[in-house]
Design a protein around this ligand. Structure first.
Ligand SMILES: CC(C)(COP(=O)(O)OP(=O)(O)OC[C@H]1O[C@@H](n2cnc3c(N)ncnc32)[C@H](O)[C@@H]1OP(=O)(O)O)[C@@H](O)C(=O)NCCC(=O)NCCS
Length: 190
């Protein structure tokens, strides 16, 4: 892997960069179809390579979306993260993400990618409040959001059907001032 490729945002453990069809399309399709990832995100249908390509093209050309690939500092693509539904009047957006390589979850890459993306959202795009949602059983997603300065704002009761049951959707949000506190602490860590 080329560690000298395009970098858009540089974190401590990961870089975030624009999608590159040749490097990323097959990975993205593999990740989004993986039952261990799919259970946590919106998509529940099988996605062909062509559908995935069209979906990413739509995201990449949507002015209300910032879609980025997460890669390790050694240039290995490991997942995706984005700002969606950017509202330039209310200055809000919604984050969506996954670390597609299961064995690389839980080692801090998601937190680093999210902190780096939030820094961009607040300090480059001048957004004000970033929202996120997690299905109630997704404790790791709730945990990493809380680490990034989010607070739980509420829950949509029995909103999502997964694994034969209805689950609450936990609604989280972070304002710039809370992010800045978390960012300051995060910068102190090695
Ligand atoms: C959610 C996700 C993006 C988080 O990224 P990650 O790199 O795995 O998370 P991190 O390693 O940065 O961990 C963040 C925190 O989660 C907590 N955590 C880790 N594993 C956990 C687990 N199995 N259960 C509960 N909490 C857990 C820890 O508090 C950790 O903080 P720590 O550094 O203090 O230990 C990633 O796990 C993922 O892609 N999951 C599948 C798809 C998904 O859920 N996407 C989000 C949809 S809302």
């Amino acid at each position: 892997m080329n560690a000298k490729g395009v970098i858009f945002l540089s974190g401590k453990k990961v870089n975030l960069r624009p999608y590159d069809r040749e490097k990323d399309l097959v990975n993205c399709q593999r990740w989004i179809n993986n039952p261990e990832i799919r259970v946590y995100i919106e998509n529940v249908f099988p996605i062909t390579l062509q559908q995935e390509e069209e979906a990413i093209q739509r995201l990449s050309s949507d002015p209300k979306t910032v879609f980025l690939i997460i890669e390790t500092k050694r240039g290995i693509p490991i997942g995706v993260m984005g700002l969606h539904k950017i509202d330039w009047i209310s200055r809000t957006a919604l984050t969506g993400a996954f670390i597609g390589e299961k064995e690389l979850q839980g080692v801090g890459y998601g937190t680093d990618a999210k902190m780096t993306l939030l820094n961009y959202a607040f300090n480059a795009l001048n957004l004000r409040k970033i929202n996120s949602g997690a299905i109630a059983f997704n404790r790791r997603s709730v945990a990493y959001n809380l680490k990034c300065g989010y607070h739980i704002e509420g829950r949509k009761k029995r909103q999502v059907f997964r694994s034969g049951k209805y689950w609450d959707l936990i609604l989280l949000a972070v304002f710039k001032k809370d992010f800045l506190k978390a960012w300051k602490e995060y910068q102190k860590q090695p």
